[in-house]
Design a protein around this ligand. Structure first.
Ligand SMILES: [Zn+2]
Ligand SMILES: [Zn+2]
Length: 447
């Protein structure tokens, strides 16, 4: 007997409710794991007229930023992250005028220090592969790249403690940076906020060795934020000097054996001036990066997970879970170390086990200072407003989206598609939606 693998898909397509199901999935952009809600929703005009009523089941997107979990939602997240970063660099946004392009702006990369030699693949200018410390020439897809050459000698405890404190180290770095800038302006550190403002957006990117790098767009404003000129003494050169000084910040933590460990940044430090080069000319000069290229990098990092370990997309709840994950030996050792340290009373405050699947990194993928640019919340609210405007146009109602009353009373019924056939069809719907020519312009129209 032969099994017809396409039969469940044909059944779904020929079912009576297919058109309705398809439009619900389409509305989520083809989300891989939509949240199904049941209830009631309505749009009501200011004079009380009922404009639109919806009852029954609707789908909302899962909102996961990882490509391995949901291609549709990760695509949307990347677009929003790009928008958020770009707005802070180029301006032309409600909260950020285009004059910010005249403020000192740099793109900074802070790395993790070394915790032991790892397999690496470096290439010469002419494209020759340089032998690794193990003497082999690794292929780009070699799963050993990033893994410890000598697992016995690699400082896994140190690496995990570093990663668990990376967010705090960043915080210390920002305080030191403000102080270093204040000194250069001749004011006490605590008065920095009266003369200038430091704005930034940073993202965490996992390296193949399992440790994060931080990439940050850093901008100097006047005390009122992006609309305000920074003081004359704060040039790009001054910012560069202050960054170099602040990058020396360290943090003391205790190892499990009671010895003190000093946590700091790696020696590789990259500072680039951000240029306003047009989007078409994105070839960056030495020590410079264009706004377009930078925002593009961010969008690329946005959907990446922790690297070669797609299995650990959700929190690990038990040792049993851990034992059954598909991991490289190096990543497994990191996660096991996180789990072990998480069980020690002295690290209880770090809540490490909750972050084992993130290799001990406890922060958010993207963080930004208050006045950098817009927020994800504002971007989503704007998209929501745009949707309502679109619905009002379709209904022929000449009303401002801000005037109508939106009633939403929905409860979660279930999460995810019913079967693999639905999942595959949703994926195809999402793929198609993302490649429609109107898609990109429509998103940009959301500004
Ligand atoms: Zn989704
Ligand atoms: Zn090697």
């Amino acid at each position: 007997m032969t099994v017809d693998v396409d039969q469940p898909i044909r059944d779904r397509i020929t079912a009576l409710d297919f058109q309705r199901w398809r439009s619900k999935v389409y509305a989520t952009g083809g989300c891989a794991k939509p949240v199904k809600l049941a209830g009631y929703g309505a749009l009501i005009a200011p004079d009380g007229t009922l404009l639109q009523e919806r009852a029954g089941q609707i789908y909302t997107p899962c909102g996961n930023r990882r490509e391995t979990v949901c291609p549709a939602c990760s695509h949307r997240y990347a677009a929003d992250a790009f928008h958020l970063l770009r707005a802070g660099l180029s301006g032309g946004h409600k909260q950020v005028p285009t004059t910010v392009t005249g403020h000192p702006r740099v793109f900074l990369t802070l790395t993790a220090p070394s915790f032991g030699p790892v397999h690496s693949r470096r290439v010469t200018r002419t494209g020759r592969v340089i032998p690794c410390g193990c003497r082999e020439r690794h292929h780009a897809d070699d799963p050993r790249v990033g893994a410890a050459i000598d697992p016995e000698g690699y400082d896994y405890v140190g690496a995990v403690l570093w990663q668990a404190h990376a967010g705090k180290l960043w915080h210390r770095f920002v305080i030191a940076l403000r102080r270093a800038l204040a000194v250069r302006l001749g004011v006490p550190g605590r008065l920095f906020g009266h003369v200038a403002r430091l704005s930034y957006a940073k993202v965490a990117e996992y390296q193949r060795r399992g440790l994060v790098h931080f990439h940050a767009a850093i901008r100097l404003d006047g005390p009122d934020g992006p609309t305000d000129q920074p003081p004359a003494g704060l040039t790009s050169e001054v910012l560069r000097e202050a960054l170099l000084e602040a990058a020396g910040t360290t943090l003391g933590v205790c190892r499990p054996d009671g010895t003190e460990m000093e946590i700091g940044w790696g020696v590789q430090l990259d500072i680039r001036d951000i240029t306003t080069t047009a989007a078409e000319q994105i070839q960056d000069a030495d020590g410079e990066i264009s706004e377009a290229r930078l925002a593009g990098y961010i969008a690329k990092y946005a959907t990446k997970g922790t690297g070669k370990m797609e299995a650990a997309d959700r929190p690990i709840r038990s040792e049993y879970d851990l034992a059954h994950l598909e991991l490289t030996p190096h990543h497994r050792k990191i996660i096991e170390t996180v789990w072990e340290l998480g069980g020690l009373p002295e690290y209880a405050g770090l809540n490490l086990r909750k972050w084992a699947h993130m290799l001990g990194f406890r922060g958010h993928f993207l963080t930004k200072s208050q006045r950098y640019s817009t927020t994800f919340r504002a971007i989503r609210a704007e998209q929501h407003r745009f949707q309502i405007g679109h619905t009002l146009t379709e209904l022929g109602a000449d009303l401002d989206p801000d005037q109508v009353i939106v009633v939403n009373d929905w409860n979660v019924v279930s999460i995810g598609h019913r079967n693999h056939a639905e999942y595959e069809l949703a994926h195809a719907i999402g793929e198609r939606a993302r490649h429609l020519p109107g898609e990109k312009t429509r998103r940009e129209g959301h500004q």
